[in-house]
Design a protein around this ligand. Sequence first.
Ligand code: AMP
Length: 287
Amino acid sequence: MPEMQTTSTITQLRKIISTARKVEGKIGFVPTMGALHQGHISLVHEARKHCDYVVVSIFVNPMQFGPNEDFHRYPRPLQDDLKLCLDAGVDLVFHPTVEEMYPAGFATSVEVNGLTDHLCGKSRPGHFKGVTTVVMKLFGQVQPDLAFFGQKDAQQALVIRKMATDLDLPLGIVICPTLREKDGLAMSSRNRYLSSEERSNAPAIYEALCQIESEIRSKKHSSCIPYREELLARLRSIPGAVVDYAEIVDAGSLEFTPEMRGEKLVAVAIRLGTTRLIDNILVNTSA
Ligand code: AMP
């Protein structure tokens, strides 16, 4: 096999992968929207550990962006991304055009109900339908043995795992920990939108999550509600921040139940200027 191959067509992708499956073995897949950072690369490293051949896709999927969201301004530094993939030991990068993925007449979608009623599903209508549709297509194209997703997008990972289970897809979903900058800010392609002032305020999001985690661990309250109030107050005190949501929900179902029981996902979405950032932590309340 050559060092790293790239393709933008589904036909060529299939050809390369059918050979790789025979010659190399287990196929690992990391779907991304590009503007890669070390968070993405940590998924590649995880894929390398478990698989013989690693495929990364780079596709800014129009179907998962709302009409007033950042589809057009989303960064697309393809050459930098290819260099990062090469350095990380990726075998194949698939970077299709919108026309390749959604040819004229495309009319199918995949939707997961229930899990998508909460968190980002509430504030970004149609977003997860776009995600599950494109990921289902990518799974059909790549046919990986294992696919790797980040805990950073906790709801997305759960929704995709549910889709894979419900549709009996013959692959495993691996959820990998969130990689952070030294100051705690979760790595994100959108961090590059932040002004220097916004960037210096952004670490307060993770600080607020950590403070709530230590309060939950001290078992001060038996209900989520006071913790959530405090989380909201801390997030609202970040200069320039507008809170989209701050929720403490069941880590499996994403449902809100007030009792502090089982594993909870503390999940937030914040706007700093024109940039929407998400972050979350998992807290096991019985630990
Ligand atoms: P994106 O390019 O933002 O669609 O992300 C592609 C994949 O990388 C998704 O599974 C994300 O959850 C994951 N990811 C993004 N940021 C991070 C991070 N900071 N740490 C770990 N995984 C991440």
